[in-house]
Design a protein around this ligand. Structure first.
Ligand code: SF4
Length: 323
């Protein structure tokens, strides 16, 4: 199974709870899939078979979009994020060559389990927009099965005509923005920020529902000024449903070692919970909807503390009564 990258979600141990919250959060904001109430034109048009390269697939995921989802991790990425959890997806010539019809057959075999609660198909990577015809064909197949489609992307390494092929069959986007500071963006990814901003402008122009994904990296993306820039950007996006805050982790470091690539962030540690919660609070105070596992940890800690206080009070009461 593919280790969760920053195009996806960090902690495997929290997958189920995270997914349920994700679903609840989406449901609370708006239904991005209302367009499915109308049949798609491609329901009656034969869908082309397109070949593409994938890293792997995953039949049942409760993250990476609403409901239960079939994930397709496409092969190839033009970015070189310092914190990448899946450097094995980078080379476009790697992975496995498959056809969209083969992927469709896999999806069809599990479709009944995906349909409830707006589930469907998510294309992640790597960078799915590097293979627009392939991703478009998979999404058309998903729609023909009555499933929703979600594009997990950085918006990078692609051109406008790539979006034109994929976005018309995309119900929702998970958009990893990396950094709102242009220089820091380049330092982190090796690419210029302009491509990502152009993609954001396209989402805005087309009104496509999306979530921003933002990796919280101590000393690199977590300063108050960074969060304020993120907030400012978020508040200017009318179709944004919220921000998914992903504390930095080192789950993919073994892949760098296995590939013989020096991991550039050996000394970086995940942000302390209190620091992550401070960022959550800063964003929420500005009116931004936030998904972050740290919120669950805070709730659990508060519940534990309350239970301990109640137990102590009860023990005291029993002691006084007996004395
Ligand atoms: S965009 Fe590419 S390099 Fe960056 S985290 Fe995702 S797969 Fe890795």
């Amino acid at each position: 199974m593919l280790a969760r990258g920053w195009c996806a979600v960090p902690a495997a141990a929290a997958v189920l709870q995270h997914g349920l919250r994700y679903l609840a959060a989406h449901a609370a904001v708006q239904d991005p899939f209302q367009q499915h109430q109308q049949p798609h034109s491609h329901d009656i048009v034969p869908i082309l078979e397109v070949k593409g390269r994938i890293h792997s697939t995953e039949s049942f995921s409760t993250i990476d979009g609403p409901g239960v989802r079939f994930l397709v991790f496409t092969q190839g990425c033009g970015m070189r994020c310092l914190f990448c959890s899946n450097p094995d997806t980078w080379t476009i010539s790697g992975g496995e060559m498959v056809s969209s019809k083969e992927i469709a057959a896999q999806i069809r075999s599990v479709a009944p389990y995906l349909k409830p609660q707006g589930g469907g198909v998510t294309c992640s990577g790597g960078e799915p927009l590097l293979q627009p015809d392939f991703v478009s064909a998979i999404f058309q197949e998903a729609h023909a099965m009555g499933l929703t489609t979600c594009l997990d992307t950085t918006g990078q390494g692609s051109k406008h005509h790539h979006w034109d092929k994929v976005l018309p069959v995309t119900d929702m986007v998970l958009f990893c923005i990396k950094s709102l500071d242009p220089q820091r963006y380049t330092d982190l990814t090796g690419l210029k920020q302009q491509g990502a901003l152009r993609f954001a402008a396209e989402l805005k122009a087309q009104g496509i529902p999306f979530w921003l994904r933002y990796v919280l990296m101590p000393g690199m993306t977590d300063a108050p000024a960074d969060i304020d820039k993120l907030t400012e950007f978020a508040l200017q996006q009318p179709s944004l449903q919220g921000i998914e805050l992903l504390p930095y982790h080192q789950l993919g470091v073994n892949k760098w070692h296995a590939l013989g690539i020096k991991y550039p962030l050996e000394k970086m540690q995940p942000p302390p919970l209190a620091d992550t919660l401070a960022v959550v609070d800063r964003l929420e105070a500005a009116g931004v909807n936030v998904i972050c596992d740290a919120k669950r940890l805070r709730r659990e800690a508060a519940a534990k503390e309350a239970a301990a206080s109640a137990a102590a009070a009860s023990a005291n009461a029993a002691k006084e009564a007996s004395g």
